[in-house]
Design a protein around this ligand. Sequence first.
Ligand code: FES
Ligand SMILES: [Fe+2]
Length: 336
Amino acid sequence: MNKNKQLRDSFWHLLCHRTELPESGNFLKLNWLDEEVSLFNDGGEIVVFDNLCPHRGTRFFTKLHGAGAISCPYHGWSYRSGAMHIPCKEQYDQAEISKAGLNFLKSDWCGDFLFVSISPSFTLEEQLGAEFEHLASISFDIGGRSDFDAYTYECDWRIAIENGLEPLHVPYIHADTLGQLNLSDPKNEYTHWNSAVYFSIGDAATHKKMRSIKKLFSIEEQFEGYMSIYLFPFTMLSSTFGYSYSLQNFFPSAEKNKTFFYSRLLNGVAKSPAAADALHHFFASSAAINRQVFKEDHEICKRISPNFYDEGRAKLLSKDEEKIAHFRQCLKKSFV
Ligand code: FES
Ligand SMILES: [Fe+2]
């Protein structure tokens, strides 16, 4: 089996936060390996499926997110309240039509984070290990989504992930954005499959400003600095002071040197409606900065030679790049 497909199918992937699908009819659609996965709130229950009509394969949703119904425009098949609704049902072979249904994927919750898999090799708890509890606590601090961005990175997904795993490039590539935080040396942590990095913020003015807005939030799990959790294989979750979380998925494409990139900003829970109003600008500017940071990352990732990487020549790693070494070990052990 194709290695990227094997990684997609056998691992759990963080695809959304509960607050992203608050009402019946809300949906999200993501692309991985040129197939799709849809998440849909069906009367309070989140259903996850491959976005294909079981009749003749029409895609149900064409937008990335929004509100709608699982309803096929081609011949009127639909799904609601846990059941398929098929016009002119009597015209079909009755034994076969009685089995027709959506192609559901497996899903499981870590707190309010929804993970999805196709044929998982482990339970979600096993895959997340010691990171499970931490992620669950983070998920309870999130009150909604304020930004959703999606585009194609013109590089292999592993190059994009490795870029996100090292801070060495920050002063060069993000001089006017992330670089302004003047981050400390990294403190890395590892679990079986995942890694995390914690930095304190050296820029005194930013640190002071971040501290001063704490009163506007109702959050329990806070790291007073910049942190980023890497969830093998395709996902990162990063945050400054726990006030918002940037969720990033880097899904492989079936096309060489293309990666489906999804970035969302998940807001921390505000203390009150007035605090939420006061934070509106803060979240909007965080989203704008994140978009700029990812653009900068994409620009440099495009410049990296895929051959240099594939030929195993990208071997010289500094101490600041040790999470890359862990990632490569995880890749190796995922294929034994
Ligand atoms: S393909 Fe969807 S109803 Fe026919
Ligand atoms: Fe970066």
